[in-house]
Design a binder for this molecule. Sequence first.
Ligand SMILES: NC(=O)c1ccc[n+]([C@@H]2O[C@H](COP(=O)([O-])OP(=O)(O)OC[C@H]3O[C@@H](n4cnc5c(N)ncnc54)[C@H](OP(=O)(O)O)[C@@H]3O)[C@@H](O)[C@H]2O)c1
Length: 270
Amino acid sequence: MRLALAGPGRAGQAVAIAANGAGHEIVAVAGRDAGRTTAAAGRFDAVSLAIGDPIPPVDLVIVAVRDDAIATVAGRIAPVARNAAAGVVHLSGAVPVDALDAFGGHGVDIGSFHPLQTIPTPTLGARRLAGSWVGVTAEEPLRSTLHGFARSMGCRPFDLADSDRAAYHAAAAAAANFPVAALVMARRLFEVAGVPFDAARPLVEAVIANSFDTTPRASLTGPIARGDAGTVEMQRAAVRATVPELAPAFDAMVEATSVIAASSPGEEDR
Ligand SMILES: NC(=O)c1ccc[n+]([C@@H]2O[C@H](COP(=O)([O-])OP(=O)(O)OC[C@H]3O[C@@H](n4cnc5c(N)ncnc54)[C@H](OP(=O)(O)O)[C@@H]3O)[C@@H](O)[C@H]2O)c1
């Protein structure tokens, strides 16, 4: 496909790099900062544009600006995309497709294409896209186009209804962010105990693997799951004594884990 990218940030460039590697052509890059936009365009030998400049004919425009700028940027691109683009997508998992409604009446199909992956830099993100799942929200014929686009980059597309988007994004945030919060806490406490954080890597990797090989609930072990209340109290006291600023978060994690431990493994699967 011929692609145009609006918003050459981390996710947009990552998708563009992966698409380029899969044989798609990035023909234009539009951005608000001329220097950054020209640098990104140079990566693909694409034309560098300002947001709102006329775009050359493309199969797909990828609006990759931050979530709260999608509707505004769409409003500026839609008039110039008339007769130039067949479809347009944004990359957000949280924002409904109607953020692209400015394209309504311009004969351009709208949708979203959300890589369920963390993209810290364009090159790291591009590498991680292969094998990642991608949430697609679009009606035919754009839906099939986006499924094919995802597969061409080695991604696994799945359909995501706009009405399920909020729960889906909460799930993605829970999966991506909550383990990080727990690991930050663990790292600090290992430090207090004089144990290298690296010592926890096999344990953490086993917990993640067990969660997917069985279920997250079935992989829960430790004093909360066993009902060893005395051990849990000893841990809480140690946190209060050594890293008191972590105590509220530790206690909240104990509470959340206790609720999960009190449910049966079967309940979680329903
Ligand atoms: N990063 C991830 O892990 C990830 C994963 C999946 C999906 N996404 C989605 O990808 C989209 C982009 O996120 P990102 O992480 O790539 O953000 P980012 O690295 O901050 O890049 C955002 C891009 O949007 C541009 N931009 C921001 N506000 C703008 C405005 N008002 N007008 C014009 N351009 C504007 C920025 O331009 P400047 O360079 O001038 O600031 C930059 O090129 C979001 O919808 C996000 O939900 C991100």
